[in-house]
Design a protein around this ligand. Sequence first.
Ligand code: CS2
Length: 485
Amino acid sequence: MNTKSAAAPRLSTKTLSLAKPGVVLPQYDRSKTAIGIVHFGPGAFHRGHQACYFDSLLQRDPRWAICGAELMPNGLMENAGVQDNLYIVAELDANIHYRVVGSHTEYLKAHGQADKIFARLLDPNVKLVTSTVTEKGYYLGGNGELDLDNPAIAADLKHPTAPGTLIGWVTEALARRKAAGMVPFVPVSCDNVMENGNKYHKAVLSYAAARGDKDLTAWITDNVRFPNTMVDSITPAATPELMERIAREAGLRCEAPVQREAFRQWVVEDILGEGAPDLASVGVMMTKDVAAYEFAKLRLLNGAHSTLAYAGLMRGRESVGEAMADTKLSHAVELMMREDIVPTLRKTPGLNFSAYISDLLDRFRNPALTHKLIQIASDGSQKLPYRIVGSLTDALKGGRSIRRFTISLGAWMRFVERQAKAGIAFQDPLNDKLTAIGKACTGNAAADVPKFLALREVFAADLAENPQFKAAILAAYENFEALLD
Ligand code: CS2
């Protein structure tokens, strides 16, 4: 820590007035707000995205403060606790902005404060229960349905009143609201899962049925809305350098900072019902057709991201910026977006795909942000099905080329082999399986690739057995770089 940043006072309600000129401060009296939202998984993306929308909304409506409910043993919001739950979002883009976000006014940990979280979930003022638990936090199998055999889900079914998973928590909270004769809250997934609301809904119903509670299952079916959403803002993980920079440039030390690009988009299915927050008033797009926006974003932005990540890492690049500067790679990715992904999309109101792709590529080149490829490479077994395999399957069905889609898949397989043989664990629910496969890889495609194709969490059986796909994926595993031409 250098002397200047060391001198910066720690962010808190008391030190807000010491922020440097230009730092945006909460424009409302936090002491006069009420909690209307419980958010499960208050990680960086949530705090830079949804929490900023609610921070703006609180300027006109004090009912929508957030209680952060942490399911993980040690979340970064822990550090915000001593900051009166305040934290700083550094918007690093063509212009640099620092914003102190005040929408979080309570932070509770499932480990040790479960009763307080349940009390908050049973608070009639709480209308939305939002979540960012990443794709893996829904415990969906390769078929997109709840994996009841997953140990975490099985454990919750054994102890339904003391859950550990989002599905277990939301189902138990809804059961308690039903028992108390209350109206339900609206569970809102804010994760990169295709048709996230529909899948979340089905998972909760499946879990409630597995609890043997027919009345609860019927009540949820009849009364609980699970809106689909699309969320977007590039949010690289925070670093110690970010903390130092904020201390220097904003004049306050924040130990739970968020960094992100200027761009933010939130598309929410317009079924929140009466009494819900007026999200449209702060720029959220409320629509009946979220799927079109979800498909476009998950397949174009996230499909490109995963391709840049695995192919870039295998070509020695470390960040999205570096991968984009690798013109062979970035040119192939742009062609995949424009020529291969767009035909899999349906018309999206107000979205010109060509302009959208150009904007995405500009966002990837943002020189003010360093977005590490290894961050994007996490949870590949959960991400690739939505981001790549879906588009590839549609192209196959449409008789179109799947060649460029196999770049990410071939590079991912090589990445798995390299990391496993280097003894580096995967941040992926399939870590054990991937480690075993990676260590067993010989470099011979005919021997290695079938081990990956047997992963039903990633590849459906009919795809894995498709001769055209098998030939293409074998070639990509042999030499994905040949596909960059
Ligand atoms: C990224 C996403 O880490 C990743 O997997 O592809 O977090 C991406 O930055 C966001 O979806 C952008 O909205």
